[in-house]
Design a binder for this molecule. Structure first.
Ligand SMILES: Cc1cc2nc3c(=O)[nH]c(=O)nc-3n(C[C@H](O)[C@H](O)[C@H](O)COP(=O)(O)O)c2cc1C
Length: 224
């Protein structure tokens, strides 16, 4: 499969068969993550691979802690309430993690910004806000490399922010201050969805943007 096909056909996969992923395949996929570009070549990521009981323990932490209203999301930053059109996907994500062969925890080491807590010390974000954004963009690139490498091996995967409710338990268990930004469930797909429709109006030229502006629609969540 060439890279363009992998990009065009990749979908988030949330249910997996019991087939095991060979160790060398998983290793190659993770190394594709490490190949991603990052600000100042800072390699802000850190990946921890879990399987079996450990993976299911994390799913249980998510399930347990998501019961608390404080960590339910996504919320609208302006009102603190569940964003309009949004839905809580935690329960589905827990089922996905249980079904996956492996579950990869994605950390930001914060090599440039010092991490989220450092950014929050400055009410206006300061310089560290931009370096933090750079870290997260690099991690996004690494995640996408992993998703596409998985696709090219005939595997399925999904990136999940829904790991958030387990972040403190994970940090404590691994005795780390590194920030858990998300996670990836991966395995052989139990189904094959069609390629997703893309929103072509979200790309334009400079001239058209000057004339018609940039689309600024509010939160638009679509059920998957
Ligand atoms: C930052 C981010 C967070 C996401 N969090 C979740 C999640 O917690 N649970 C989930 O099932 N999917 C999650 N997804 C996957 C999106 O729902 C999915 O990419 C989107 O619906 C588009 O579908 P597609 O990936 O099949 O093209 C997340 C994706 C991103 C980029």
């Amino acid at each position: 499969m060439d890279i363009i096909q992998a990009i065009q056909q990749r979908r988030s996969i949330r249910e997996f068969t019991k087939k095991r992923i060979p160790a060398n395949v998983l290793k190659t996929i993770l190394e594709c993550g490490l190949q991603a570009p990052s600000s100042k070549n800072s390699n802000p990521w850190f990946f921890v691979v879990t399987k079996g009981k450990t993976k299911n323990q994390i799913a249980a932490w998510i399930e347990e802690n998501a019961k608390s209203r404080l960590v339910r999301g996504p919320t609208d930053a302006r009102t603190g309430k569940m964003a309009e059109g949004a839905f809580d996907s935690t329960a589905e994500s827990v089922t996905t993690i249980r079904s996956a062969f492996a579950y990869i925890i994605v950390f930001n080491r914060g090599p440039l910004s010092g991490g989220k807590d450092e950014v929050l010390k400055n009410p206006r974000g300061g310089r560290s806000l931009y370096t933090y954004m750079g870290e997260i963009i690099g991690i996004g690139a690494a995640v996408q490399n992993i998703l596409l490498a998985a696709k090219s091996f005939g595997l399925g995967a999904v990136y999940m922010a829904d790991s958030y409710p387990a972040r403190e338990a994970v940090q404590k268990a691994l005795n780390t201050k590194a920030e858990m930004v998300g996670s990836i469930a991966i395995g052989y797909p139990a189904y094959s969805p069609k390629p997703r429709k893309i929103e072509k109006r979200l790309v334009t030229t400079w001239e058209t943007a000057k004339k018609k502006g940039i689309r600024m629609d509010n939160f638009t969540a679509m059920r998957f």
